[in-house]
Design a protein around this ligand. Structure first.
Ligand code: SF4
Length: 278
């Protein structure tokens, strides 16, 4: 997969290829909800789905593994972390969770629910492009900057329509792009003590920890960018991390009040038969 998927995506849109947009909750740093859903539709996407259900399925695997093993587990949801560990800390490769990221998990679910659609991930960073390249479940990736450019190029303005995601609603995992989002949503109470969990965002701090690890820690929930994915290099530079965090939290609160039809919710049935580990 090339780093720049725009020409290919535009070609697919022109051909009216059925495509599903995989939207991570960090989108809210750069786009409005629910406006983005109408905008994606106008751009030519047939479906838009949330990554939050994929995150829930990923969480279930973390829960299971932390329950059944005492060895240090390092979250592998962020490809920036995975690549850094492979390159700089090979002794920790064995500790990386062999669990899909929410992007890959959602890609797998989409292959089941929308088998004829191409999957397009909307990304806050380039690392996700590398991760997608290695997966057969994601066909294209465009980052938030590129998506903003596409909306501009095709003169697609913000919309007041109340469109909903087509599928896979799950509210509480909307905090996944924040530091500690995984640990806070994986229902780890009673599985592992609080002081055995360390959540860190920002690669400098992560490396500092890995250089001088605390042996008490059993779960390292780490993200490459400062603040988490809300600090991704392809997210807007116009807002501070604190402002972006506020947007995610307010998106979560609003979503909790939304009346979502049952068919649009992320139910276990939709992921039945899919393996989220490797
Ligand atoms: S933390 Fe940064 S590098 Fe990692 S997935 Fe999120 S945006 Fe990408």
């Amino acid at each position: 997969m090339d780093k720049n998927n725009i020409p290919k995506i535009e070609k697919e849109l022109k051909k009216k290829t059925k495509m599903v947009a995989l939207v991570a909750p960090s989108f809210i740093t750069d786009f409005d909800y629910p406006s983005i859903l109408t905008q994606l539709k106008k751009l030519g996407f047939d479906k838009s789905v949330e990554l939050t259900f994929g995150a829930k399925m990923v969480n279930r695997e973390y829960h299971k593994q932390l329950k059944n093993s005492k060895k240090l587990l390092i979250a592998s949801t962020c490809p920036g972390i995975v690549e850094t560990i492979k390159l700089r800390y090979p002794k920790y490769v064995k500790n990386l969770a062999k669990i899909d990221s929410p992007m890959i998990a959602t890609g797998k679910i989409c292959r089941k629910i929308y088998p004829k659609h191409k999957t397009v991930f909307l990304s806050p960073c380039d690392y996700k492009k590398l991760e997608a390249q290695k997966s057969k479940h994601i066909d294209y990736v465009i980052d938030y900057e590129q998506l903003g450019e596409l909306f501009k190029k095709h003169k697609i303005k913000k919309s007041k329509d109340k469109k909903l995601f087509d599928k896979f609603y799950n509210d509480y995992t909307k905090i996944y792009p924040l530091e500690g989002g995984l640990a806070k949503t994986a229902h780890l109470k009673g599985i592992i003590r609080k002081d055995e969990i360390k959540s860190i965002s920002g690669i400098k701090k992560v490396m500092k920890f890995l250089d001088n690890p605390d042996p008490k820690i059993r779960f390292l929930d780490v993200l490459f960018c400062v603040g988490g994915c809300i600090g991704g290099p392809k997210t807007t530079k116009k807002l501070t991390i604190a402002q972006k965090k506020k947007k995610v939290l307010s998106y979560l609160e609003k979503s909790k009040k939304e009346d979502i039809p049952k068919g649009k919710k992320g139910t276990l049935e939709k992921a039945k038969g899919i393996k989220f580990t490797y």
